[in-house]
Write a protein that binds this ligand. Structure first.
Ligand code: C5P
Length: 205
């Protein structure tokens, strides 16, 4: 069984995908980490994120070991990832790995922006997970403050809106729901309720 989970930044799709992978006993790939990995490699090498040839080379040289670096999780790297993710050659370079992961015999859960549309259009179940930008910003603030980190809600909302705009407007694989995706709006759902709703949609698919 292949489960494709797409949605905007901070929609809760990461947590949901982990829970679904455990529930259905499937391997899980957070595809955002691949784009974050390219962005981090470019940043460490002090290369401009917009340089298509260098970014493509970084994507081709990406190693699985690179994806456990804690620096990948920062908000800055999320923003930087959305810049390299708009480069078609970077997306092409990362496609084979994602497709191979999706097509392993056991099946898989993949989450990202273009799983149901590009990476695994034949997925058995597709969910498009959303929440309002304001609610996503509130969740990010709670998460950061929970970790004792500083969080400026207005700034975080602006960052989320900028990333939505960039991910939705790019010419290759823009963030959009596949025509056959089931919509899951988590604005008024807590983590458990979102998980139950997702299982109901998948089992009913
Ligand atoms: O999901 P996450 O916030 O880690 O993704 C970081 C960025 O990587 C996104 O804003 C998006 O631009 C890009 N991305 C993508 N396609 C995916 C996953 C992530 O373009 N499948």
């Amino acid at each position: 069984m292949i489960i494709a989970i797409d949605g905007p930044a901070a929609s809760g799709k990461g947590t949901l995908s982990k829970q679904l992978a455990a529930h259905y006993r499937l391997p899980h790939l957070d595809t955002g980490l691949l784009y974050r990995g390219v962005a981090l490699a470019m940043t460490i090498a002090r290369q401009p994120l917009e340089d298509a040839a260098l970014a493509e080379a970084a994507a081709r040289n990406l190693k699985l070991d690179d994806l456990s670096d804690p620096r990948l999780r920062s908000a800055e790297m999320g923003g930087a990832a959305s810049i390299v993710a708009a480069i078609p050659a970077v997306r092409a370079a990362l496609l084979d790995f994602q497709r191979a992961f999706a097509n392993q015999p056991a099946g898989a859960v993949l989450d990202g922006r273009d799983i149901g549309t590009v990476v695994a259009p034949h997925a058995d179940a597709k969910l498009f997970v959303t929440a309002t930008a304001e609610e996503r910003a509130r969740r990010r603030v709670r998460e950061l403050r929970g970790r004792g980190a500083h969080a400026d809600e207005a700034q975080i909302l602006a960052d989320i809106q900028a990333r939505d705009a960039r991910d939705g407007a790019r010419s290759v694989a823009p963030l959009k729901a596949a025509p056959d995706a089931r919509l899951l709006d988590t604005t008024n759902l807590d983590i458990d309720a979102a998980f139950r709703a997702a299982v109901a949609l998948i089992d009913g698919a």
